[in-house]
Design a protein around this ligand. Sequence first.
Ligand code: PAN
Ligand code: ZN
Length: 194
Amino acid sequence: MSIVSPFRLALEPEAFQLLGGCTEILRRLSDMRDFFADEQAVERVLTSDDPVIYEFWKGECESSGGGVSYGLTRIHPGTVGREYHMTKGHFHTKDGDEIYVVVEGRGLLLLQTREGEGRTVEMTPGHMVYVPTGWAHRTVNTGDAALIFLSIWPPGVGHDYGTVARYGFPQLVVQGADGPMVVRSPSFQGGLMG
Ligand code: PAN
Ligand code: ZN
């Protein structure tokens, strides 16, 4: 039986960076070719730059109680074409619920089932969002500043990015004349995924 000591951690990228045992993952635009809708816009940006779209830091506490996985994500503000910066998004490969807690910034959480049912939830500081088992989730930064959020999920839950790369989400979040707009993705086919 492993014994885990209690600890406290600031919800800031710098604190997670300094934490021993935390893994840092950096997603640049070139890593996200299959995820943004406007392929021409992606290639246009990549001719001169390969910006970091988001970073996340994740750790795991192992204990006899089953443990817990946790991560802090920072999505930088901006758009690719008209689509706002976002995470790749994934299904969990095993059953496992997740909680997101918004620390700063503003955005939208896109959710979908394997049957293609979509939901959109606002992300604002001081709020949590529950992601039930079976719902793929992608976070979009619709603000002018970084969107930072904490996520907590059960250890051993794998991340399936391939299904999202192949099918996309039903919703696209794009910059409109009066701010962010959620529109139906023209390439989304629906049907059973995976
Ligand atoms: C989050 C995500 C994190 C990065 O910790 O992994 O926000 O998004 P992608 O994994 O889609 O690149 C989570 O949902 N963990 O399960
Ligand atoms: Zn997840």
